[in-house]
Ligand binder design. Structure first.
Ligand code: GLA
Length: 400
């Protein structure tokens, strides 16, 4: 009997050790680059190698963008005779292992995409029925991140399908971030915290500031429409389990002010920061936005609280985010297409995060570090009184 108990103990400890390897993979929101927003299925090993090089040379890796994620379209149209997924030999003639090794050699991590359905959204082979086999292959290829989509899933339920894949990844034994991508349709925030590290909160983003583009059966959402939806979900986010308002469109065609606003508000919402532009050809302005350390530090703050909309007055939004050590971030956002005056009296307004119980001490004087100019704009003794251009933000870190 004693022997059986002992074996049982060893078995449970081994199982626990495996589960523990997956702890702490995303104590702050994941950061990286993904191929979809710019390249869709037009991907190949040259693009990925060049992107890996630029992640390093642009300073993005050192700013935190460590995951390079290959989205839909990497695989051949058929599995092999043993049912294994194989990379498209035309796009990836050297095979995946060599590419993953190259990316790893640059100090980066490698992510891949598949789908819970029979086919991916772009109609490549999906994982349904092959969960454990695909997970074992990802582990053998040394993959670090899996984005798992939700097309062609008739007859299965999301919670079950994502739980199965999560178990398959754990069984495969290699720690991988599991990025749940079912667009918020099955309310993953209610069940996915133990299943994956991030879940898409909305349908796909597109590179417009404020409107909806209908594709008939689904809508692509602009930056501000996504913000509207993600805002209501803050109670569900925290270290290890993040709301994902989708990948970044910085550098993909919006104005400089709009790109800065998009990046600022993703940081205020503690969103995963997954760049989606062609970083090989980005402008200096785009690079400066993506690598702004002060804004990234607000996104990555270890307290892990998703910021909240404190007020909205005639298209002027005021956002706050409590940070570690009693500091705060504040962001004033002009959603309208007219210039707007901003007035905010720090001494009169009481900023409280009712959900998490943080309170900004208005009796103290906080220095205002303007995260976009890098300058100190005085302190909170004096009301903020400034003009914001259309779609522009002013964003501060309130120092202690
Ligand atoms: C869905 C996802 C996108 C992208 C495509 C790939 O639309 O939401 O992010 O992965 O599929 O086909």
């Amino acid at each position: 009997m004693k022997k059986i108990i002992c074996y049982l103990f060893v078995f449970i400890s081994l199982f626990d050790a495996d589960a523990q390897k997956f702890e702490g993979l995303a104590s702050t929101p994941p950061m990286g680059w993904n191929s979809w927003n710019t390249f869709q299925t037009n991907i190949n090993e040259k693009l990925i190698r060049e992107t890996a090089d630029v992640l390093v040379s642009s300073g993005m890796r050192d700013a935190g963008y460590t995951y390079l994620v290959l989205d839909d379209g990497w695989m051949a149209m058929e599995r092999d005779s043993q049912g294994n997924l194989v990379p498209d030999p035309k796009k990836f003639p050297s095979g995946l292992k060599a590419l993953v090794d190259y990316v790893h050699s640059k100090g980066l991590k490698f992510g891949m995409y598949n789908c819970a359905g029979t086919l991916t959204c772009a109609k490549y082979p999906g994982t349904r029925g092959y969960e454990y086999q695909d997970a074992a292959n990802y582990a053998a290829w040394n993959i670090d991140y899996l984005k798992y989509d939700w097309c062609n899933t008739t007859g299965i339920t999301a919670k079950e399908a994502y739980t199965t894949m999560s178990k398959a990844l754990k069984k495969a034994g290699r720690p991988m971030i599991f990025s749940i991508c079912e667009w918020g349709v099955n309310k993953p925030w209610q069940w996915a915290a133990p299943v994956g590290q991030l879940w898409r909160a909305t349908e796909d983003i597109y590179q417009v500031f404020d409107s909806v583009h209908s594709y008939g059966t689904w809508d692509a959402l602009s930056v501000m429409r996504i913000v509207d939806q993600n805002d209501s979900l803050r109670r569900y986010a925290g270290p290890g389990h993040w709301n994902d308002p989708d990948m970044l469109e910085v550098g993909n065609g919006m104005s400089y002010a709009e790109d800065k606003t998009h990046f600022s508000i993703w940081a205020m919402m503690a969103a995963p920061l997954i760049a989606g532009n062609d970083i090989r050809n980005m402008t200096q302005q785009t690079r400066d936005i993506l690598t702004n350390r002060s804004v990234i530090a607000i996104d990555q703050d270890p307290l892990g609280v998703q910021g909240f909309k404190f007020a909205e007055i005639d298209s002027l939004q005021i956002w706050f985010k409590p940070l570690q050590n009693g500091e705060w971030a504040a962001c004033f956002l002009n959603r309208s297409s007219r210039p707007r005056q901003v007035y905010f009296n720090w001494k009169e307004e009481q900023v409280t995060d009712k959900l998490y119980g943080y309170e900004l001490d208005r009796n103290k004087t906080h220095r205002l570090c303007n995260v976009w100019t890098g300058k100190t704009d005085g302190n909170t003794d004096k009301p903020l009184n400034t003009m914001l251009q259309p779609h522009e933000v002013i964003m501060y870190r309130l120092l202690k």
